[in-house]
Every structure is written in structure tokens, then in C-alpha cells.
Design a protein around this ligand. Sequence first.
Ligand SMILES: [Zn+2]
Ligand SMILES: [Zn+2]
Length: 357
Amino acid sequence: MSEKMIGCVRKGPGELVVEERKIPSIEDPTDVILKVRLCTICGTDIHMAELPLPDVIMGHEGVGEIVELGAAVEDFLEGERVVASCMLACGTCASCQQGDQSACLHPQGRVQHGTVMDGYQAQYVRIPFAPYNLCKVPDTLSDEQAILATDIFSTGIGVLERASLRVGDSVAIFAQGPLGLCVTAAARALGAGLVIAVEPNPYRRDVAKKMGANIVLDPGERDVVSEILDLTDGYGVNIAVEAVGKQVTLQSAFGTARIGGAISSLGVYGLEFDNLSIPSEHSSIVPDSFYHRRFVTTLCPSGRYRLQRLMDLMQYGRLDFSPLWTHSLPLVDILDGYEMSKDPKGKAIKIAVRPFS
Ligand SMILES: [Zn+2]
Ligand SMILES: [Zn+2]
């Protein structure tokens, strides 16, 4: 094996290049090295590309084949096809032991590939805490299905789990980017009743219908808060999900969650609140206050058995994620993929990036 590979590297804020790097090697007995079969561009990558972070390879979502195992990694073999959670967790600290891996207390816990350590947008990647974060991919799942368990499907399920979704609950999801669409699919898979998706991009509204939304609304056309209240007899939805990280959508989520319900946000983006006010003019039933509702934020739930559960749901739950995959590129052309992903009016949702084609 040659010592060099290619990867998509952040040289500075907003400056990505595809260049040669050294192939990673085992640094800790719990590491494995993967040959990357498939990686992709996440909305978080687009945000991370603009930040003054270290000069590292981008990407936190991938599927790979094991090429090297650390001495402490049992249960896995060279050549196996695996995925790893995008939020690393140590598996042994107090939070991990109590089932909240997103709150891992280890100094390297909650670290994401592509932020301060080399990520998946390369031909090879090093995975720390492998015994805890790695999971074999069943033969029945494609790389495109399995990769969604590493981040957006886990987060999509997680935002509804943390909002305590019950069978038959009504759910409104504000924005249908890749994550919002996974929330739509997750709501359907978890047994939601009425699922309402709000999205300005007409192409994404069509995909939202395919992924399980009963009703899709265009926020450019109408007052979606009033519309959602009308659709729920003035009470609002049980769970309002904010899935883009903007104050305007968060405010709409606050305005549409019923008393006793929840506002659930994918809070990775450091949202700044500027005089957050809860719209009240729409309904006398949803009050102009924040009483008796829950507001939760969620980081991607991680760990080997989380991945196993999600892949079981995909295998046996008949979820169809194929509408998410709109484009495919070799790694050398990944910068074109970043440009496509940034266009809010475009048709790119998930772009399959293959490092060896
Ligand atoms: Zn992601
Ligand atoms: Zn931990």
C-alpha cells in the first residue's frame, strides 16, 4: 500500500482543497483504520468549512472496510464492512455507562471527525474507541442506507425520542434538508399520526411527501403557523421540530407546539436568540407564554448498539431512503458537491462521494 492518499482538507475558513495526505495509522490500541467505500457531505460540514478550525480532512459520515485493527479491538475482522457513529463516545465514562453517549465526558468524547481530527472525506480514516463506536453492516443494506445511521437518521430519530413521541402524535417539521427529511421518515417509522413538513424548496417538498409527510407547506406562500393551527383544531401539534437552525423557524416551532407538547431542535449550530418571542396572534389556545411545554435539543445519539438498532429498523422496517440520494461524485470532484449542497434552491440532498472511483 502506498503511504499517500487523497482527502478533502480545510486549509482555512471557507478554503477547501483536495490534496495528498499521509494514510493514517493506529495511534491507540482501540483504533481501527478504515478504507472508505462511501462518504458524503453533511450540512454540518458546510458550516464547519467556514470555521477557524485546524487543517484537517473534512467529513464525519462514512462506510468503510477494516484494513487495520488496534491490539485492543476484538469482535471485528480485517475486510469487514462497518460504520461508526459520527459523535465519538468512549463507552466507559459515567454518561456513556448511563446511556447518554451524546454527553460523553471523555476529553475525546463528543469529538467529530472533520472538526479537530481527520475525517471521512478521504481514502482512509482512523476511528478511535472502535470497540464502542463501530458496527458491522448487514449484507442486506447498501452503503447508502448504512451511512445514514452514522448521523442524520440517528439524529432524526433522536429528536423525536427526546420529545417523547407517542403513537399517533402530530408532528410538524420546519425545513426539509437532509436532516429534516430524516425526521419526517423517522416520525412515520415511529408511529406518528399527522406529519406536516414545511419547506420553501419545491423539489424538497416533493421528496418530503415520498418520505412520509401527509401535508407539505410552503412558508413563502402562506402563514404556516396559522395553517398548522387550523390543521390541528387550533391546538397545535404535539411535537414541533426545528430542523434548520434559524430563529424564524424556531419561532414558528414555538408558535405551533400545543400545551403539553414539545419543541425539539437539532441544536448543533450555536443559534443566537434575539428577543425570541412566541407568536400569539394566531390562536387563543396556544398561549403567549412558554408554560407547560418542553424544549429539547439533541446531538446525534451514538454507539455500536444504537447503530445496530437503526440498521435493524432499516432492514425490517421497510424505510425507503432512496429519494435522499440525488447525486454521486468521485472524491476528486467533492468541491463541486460542496457547491451543489450550498444552493438552497438546488436539487442536491445527499451526495454519494466515492474515494476509489
Ligand atoms: Zn452529519
Ligand atoms: Zn464516554
